[in-house]
Design a protein around this ligand. Structure first.
Ligand code: GAR
Length: 198
C-alpha cells in the first residue's frame, strides 16, 4: 500500500537527502516522499527537493520564534493535507508543533532529535551533550506530542564521545548515525513493522 510522506525542515537537509537516497535505492519500504516543506525560503532542503523533482515548498511561518503563527499553522496543515500523507517527518524543522497540527494528521508526526532523549532536549542537542561531558550520546526518532521532545521514543542510535573528539567530529558522528536511523524507522513504519501511535 502506498505510504506518502511529507518532510519538514529548516536547514541544509542532509537527513532529507538520506531519505531521498534510501527511496532511490528502494530502501524506504512503501514510503514515497511526496513533498518537502520549509519555513526558510533559502533552505538547502528546498534546493535538494527541487534537484530530486520533489515538490519543494516554502510556507511563510508568519513570525519569528519557536512556533508558527496561527494562520501559518493552518496554511501548513492545508498544504500538507493536499498530499494525503500517511506520515509527517520533522527532519531539522526548528519550530514547536501544536496539538492542532498533530491532531490534523492523526498523530502520525515523527521528529528526529540529535541526542539520546530524554537527555538534552531543545536546541543544540549535540553541543549540550558535548559540553556536559557525557561519554555516550546519539540520536532519537520519536512521535511528536505537544510537549517538546517528550513524545514516545520509536528508536535510537548510540554514539560514543571519545576524549579526542572535537564538537565538529561529534557533529559528524551524530549526522552519520541520523542518516542511518531515520530511513530505517521510515522503512519500518511504512511496512507496519512499527505500530502507528493512534
Ligand atoms: C539534525 O541533526 C536534527 O537532529 C536536528 O537538526 C539537524 C538537521 O540537519 N534537529 C533538531 O535539533 C530538532 N530539535 P539536516 O537539515 O542536515 O537534516
Amino acid at each position: 500500500m502506498a505510504y506518502p510522506i511529507v518532510i519538514l525542515g529548516s536547514g541544509r537537509g542532509s537527513n532529507a537527502d538520506a531519505l531521498l537516497k534510501a527511496e532511490s535505492k528502494k530502501q524506504l519500504g512503501a514510503a514515497k516522499i511526496a513533498a518537502i516543506i520549509s519555513d526558510h525560503e533559502d533552505a538547502g532542503i528546498l534546493q535538494l527537493g527541487q534537484k530530486h523533482k520533489v515538490p519543494a515548498i516554502y510556507i511563510d511561518p508568519g513570525r519569528k520564534g519557536a512556533r508558527l503563527s496561527e494562520d501559518a499553522e493552518q496554511a501548513y496543515i492545508e498544504r500538507i493535507q493536499s498530499f494525503s500523507p500517511k506520515l509527517i517527518v520533522l527532519a531539522g524543522f526548528m519550530r514547536i508543533i501544536n496539538r492542532k497540527f498533530i491532531e490534523a494528521f492523526n498523530g502520525q508526526v515523527i521528529n528526529l532529535h540529535p541526542s539520546l532523549l530524554p537527555s538534552f532536549i531543545g536546541m543544540n542537542g549535540i553541543k549540550q551533550a558535548y559540553d556536559h561531558g557525557v561519554k555516550v550520546t546519539g540520536c532519537t526518532v520519536h512521535w511528536v506530542t505537544p510537549d517538546l521532545d517528550a513524545g514516545p521514543i520509536i528508536d535510537q542510535k548510540e554514539v560514543r564521545i571519545e576524549d579526542s573528539d572535537t564538537l565538529e567530529i561529534l557533529e559528524t558522528k551524530i549526522h552519520i548515525a541520523e542518516h542511518r536511523l531515520l530511513p530505517e524507522v521510515v522503512n519500518k513504519l511504512s511496512k507496519g513493522k512499527i505500530k502507528p501511535i493512534a
